[in-house]
Ligand binder design. Sequence first.
Ligand code: ATP
Ligand code: MG
Length: 274
Amino acid sequence: MNAPPEAIAPLLAVDKLEVVYKHAITAVQGISLNVMPGQIVAVLGTNGAGKSTTLRAISGFLGLDDARVTDGSITFKGARIENRAPHLIARRGIALVPEREKVFPNLTVTENLHAPATSGVSRADIRRREELVYQFFPRLAELRPRIGGLLSGGERQMLALASALMCHPELLLVDELSLGLAPVIVEQLAQRLTEIRAELGITILLVEQSATVALAIADYGYVLENGRVVLDGTAERLRNHGDIKEFYLGQAGSGERRSYREIKQYRRSRRWYG
Ligand SMILES: Nc1ncnc2c1ncn2[C@@H]1O[C@H](COP(=O)(O)OP(=O)(O)OP(=O)(O)O)[C@@H](O)[C@H]1O
Ligand SMILES: [Mg+2]
């Protein structure tokens, strides 16, 4: 009899995570999610669902907002990292492309790229990494002397992704790739993410309001609402899921945007009473 294949451990395991802001506001209430090595995993949900809070908890950037992980755990490569300092988490191999304040507005493109990779990295390594990121984002090479504040939205997003790659991460967290950008630019950036995964072997956790963008490149997805996971599955399953089509992909043409739960409740009430 053949031995069963060895189970592959998740690169990142979030288990029953709870996050509270200012000792009062519970933004994440028991979220569990797994990211396997080499996967692109999407986290979907509308405004205030808890997407950014989840990424901030994973990357350690909660403290700046007076928030804490109050329950549950975050395990990266087998080690617990919840409530650790951001620089220690970065050193373990996690880089975050934040939702806002993506670049240093007063630093040039080159200075932005050098900023995250300073401690313990040789000049030769920094130069090598810089050449590598220019291969993914050739436009940035042309913009080297330009200051961050004068870049377009798309260029800024490229610089933010490139700065994260300068940290040499194993896991890249991207908060809202598509925010405020033209669809054609978003498509190019999403394409770059798939190349980054394929060529550098980097695992990606992508937070998005746009299900169309995220499910086009993801392997697996989670839908959050009010700080909880309400649905998860393979990207293919989610793309074809009736509720996702209706609510997130806008394919039902129902006009007003309702919450996932409202749709569920509406369906249930029709089933019971109609
Ligand atoms: N700094 C903060 N202080 C207090 N509450 C906060 C803070 N940041 C977020 N929250 C609250 O936490 C909840 C989750 O917010 P979060 O930013 O994680 O949502 P999101 O899913 O990223 O939404 P969006 O799509 O708008 O970016 C919201 O109710 C929000 O009001
Ligand atoms: Mg957010």
